[in-house]
Write a new protein. Structure first.
Length: 391
């Protein structure tokens, strides 16, 4: 059976009634819900299209995409994180407005959208950026659809740009992990690096940790927030994006001992006291500055290790769990992923190592099987010879 294509949000919903007929429902902002009926799903789809076409258009005629993007970004600013608003604004200002800003919102066509992407490609814009531009434009027009500014999201009919999956470098062998742990000894952020590797916490989650979040007696920590910047640019601990990110993480024995010793050092009267586990020099929250990136790059180069990023420590932890055969559900909960698909993407780093283990296991199996077969053949030949002599 052919899978039915999912309808765009804002275009109405369709359900089959008990009497065999189909019912369509169109919800519009500031207008009463409208119902249409038909003998088939296709008939109701056509009736919904006509219903949308009858929607009042007095506020649509002169609105340009530029003007709508301004309105949409204000909505984003009120409902989403500061970082999200900054990303959307960057995409619209640098890539969308120069090509489509003067186009009437109701006159936006597939051809114009394709022309924009063609121009961006010729201008050397990276494939991954093109994917983000598509997502931002689609979301902006989708909100316009929900608010009766347009009759359909024309961007849905445009082929989404594709980009090769980003390959993240990790520490993939026991030797590399051992050398990394040796390389960070005595460094300013030694405990931060090792805690990241041993817990798989995101950098924002680590920097948002307070001492009250740690229970070193029971050997666990609670992730309750992540460190972000507010509209004024100040750092603050805010709830994570997803509920699954709020979690309890059990600690390894060596991590517990390391954090206990670290806490003693932080409690020294000579040290600036702070509620944060990994504070800035003045006791306030530590920002994700360039120093950590530069120091990490230098120590990796000195130890002749792969040029990983801070976030790669999280992926390294997940890969270690995969190689050790930890169930994916347990890893998903430890990493705070909302879906197992996200965990599987991280697990892909472990494919090569896991294949090595699989091949080694198979080799051992066949060697054992072959040895048993040869032993059996020799044993059988001896019996036959012995029987012949006896006869």
């Amino acid at each position: 059976m052919q899978k039915r294509q999912r309808r765009d949000k804002g275009t109405g919903t369709i359900r089959e009634r008990k009497d065999g007929r189909f019912e369509g429902r169109l919800d519009r902002e500031n207008y009463p819900t409208e119902y249409v009926y038909g003998k088939s799903r296709k008939e109701v789809e056509n009736n919904l299209f006509l219903a949308r076409a009858r929607q009042p258009k007095e506020h649509r005629d002169n609105l340009t995409l530029d003007e709508w993007l301004d309105k949409w970004l204000e909505i984003v600013k009120q409902t989403r994180r500061v970082a999200t608003h900054c990303l959307y604004k960057s995409m619209t200002d640098n890539h969308i407005r120069p090509h489509l800003g003067n186009v009437k919102l109701t006159r936006l066509t597939k051809a114009r959208v394709y022309e924009m992407f063609d121009s961006l490609k010729k201008g050397g814009v990276r494939d991954r950026t093109l994917v983000e531009v598509y997502k931002v434009l689609h979301r902006a027009v989708q909100v316009a659809l929900k608010r009766d500014r347009v009759e359909r999201n024309i961007v849905s009919l445009v082929d989404k740009p594709t980009a090769s999956k980003k390959i993240r470098t990790i520490l993939s062998t026991e030797d590399e992990i051992r050398r990394f742990r040796e390389a960070v000894k005595g460094r300013v952020y030694e405990v931060l690096y090792l805690t990241a590797m041993d817990t798989a916490l995101r950098q924002g989650e680590l920097l948002a940790l307070k001492w009250e979040d740690l229970d070193l007696t029971r050997g666990s920590l609670c992730v309750r927030s992540t460190l972000t910047r507010n509209a004024q640019g100040a750092l603050e601990a805010t709830p994570p994006k997803t509920e699954s990110s709020v979690r309890k993480v059990l600690l390894l024995k060596n991590t517990i001992e390391m954090l206990k010793e670290y806490r003693k050092q932080r409690m020294d009267p000579k040290v600036v006291q702070s509620v944060w586990v990994f504070p800035n020099w003045d006791g306030g929250p530590m920002r994700k500055d360039g120093y950590i990136r530069r120091e990490l790059r230098c120590l990796l180069k000195e130890a002749k290790l792969p040029p990983i990023t801070f976030h790669s420590l999280r992926h390294t932890h997940a890969t270690m769990l995969a190689v050790l055969g930890v169930p994916i559900k347990a890893t998903q909960e430890r990493l705070g992923h909302s879906t197992s698909r996200m965990t599987m993407e991280v697990y892909s780093h472990a494919t090569a190592a896991m294949q090595d283990h699989a091949v080694a296991a198979l080799d051992a199996f066949y060697e054992k099987a072959n040895a048993s077969a040869i032993s059996g053949q020799i044993s059988g030949q001896s019996t036959e010879v012995g029987s012949g002599v006896g006869n």
